[in-house]
Design a protein around this ligand. Sequence first.
Ligand code: SAH
Ligand code: SF4
Length: 371
Amino acid sequence: MALTPAHDRNLLGLTRSELEQLAVGCGQPRFRGRQIYQGIYARRARDFAALTDLDAKFRQHLAAHYSVEYPRIEREFRSRDGSVRYLLGLEDGEFIEAVFMPEEERTTLCLSSQVGCAVDCRFCFTGLLGVKRNLTAGEIVGQVLALAVAQHVPRRARLNVVFMGMGEPLLNYRPVMKSVEILADSAGLALALRRICVSTAGIVPRIYDLAREPVRPRLAVSLNASNEEQRTALMPINRKYSLRDLIRACREYPLRPRERLTFEYVLLAGVNDSDADAARVADLLRGLACKVNLIPYNAGPELPYRSPRLERVLAFQQVLAERGVPAFIRVSRGQDVMGACGQLSLAGAGAFQPVPIRGEKLSQTILRQRR
Ligand code: SAH
Ligand code: SF4
């Protein structure tokens, strides 16, 4: 019998009902599928021998035909701030990255949705790579499991998951939504939906699709500019999906009670960080249930931008606050190991080395402010 290719054997990425069907296809009752599901996702089993609630013959059958494979941890880069950037190898030899960010009361995992990214935002290091391919739901869920196991995250820990690593999640819509379904399923990893956040550069038609999903994560939108011209210069995708259409989609987005949209705004010194920019952002967002995360630009080699000084960041925040828009300054974690927002570019995989941390004073001041 010819061996099934590795990616078809891997059960990671199958939903509960798909595993139930698989069990039935093997002549087993449906609930056996649920037991496999719980074993793989809730108990993090990778060896079918550990699924002791199944009878021995069925376990052997599974072991002969299937496997449970996480993305391989190729390298890890530990930041001074406690976060860890993981370089992960996929079955076809491609690489992605995911970041582990522990905090006192919660842990956040930042996941990739694609190998590279096609969107080409001018300030983003992932964008420099271009896109190689989409990730499967299994490769997305596998990032969570690989990091949780590597970091000994307790099974019932409060985990936040953000799709803010490599790639544009809404350009890999179905697999991303399937991974969200699996992450949030109470029989498996059981993450709270409100702790799963998908961040988009503004793929407008997919925002409308997301609005119609019965199981829906939180939505963050990368705004990054205060008018059409500036946004097109920084994010060429704005030609296809304009700021105007993007804001309209956000206004029509059906928020649940207490839910808010998040807007991310990368602050680039002298480019999009003036008081006038802040006032225009406030106008754009007026009346929307939202908050803004201000992300001072994370530097790296090859790109011409600079991060604003702390006073500028605070002034920008102040203008928004005065106009009724809550804004938070997000110091990206893992800057010293190229693990911060927009820096995921396979640094250290051979291409180039992590850069020393910059703007440390800024980080410390803001961290104090956030406490
Ligand atoms: N593609 C999605 C999610 C990944 S990017 C998106 O664009 O939303 C995650 C966040 O990092 C985005 O808000 C993006 O604007 C931000 N970002 C990109 N490059 C950055 C950089 N050099 N410094 C700070 N933030 C950056
Ligand atoms: Fe892609 Fe997001 Fe980077 Fe833009 S900011 S290039 S959409 S990963």
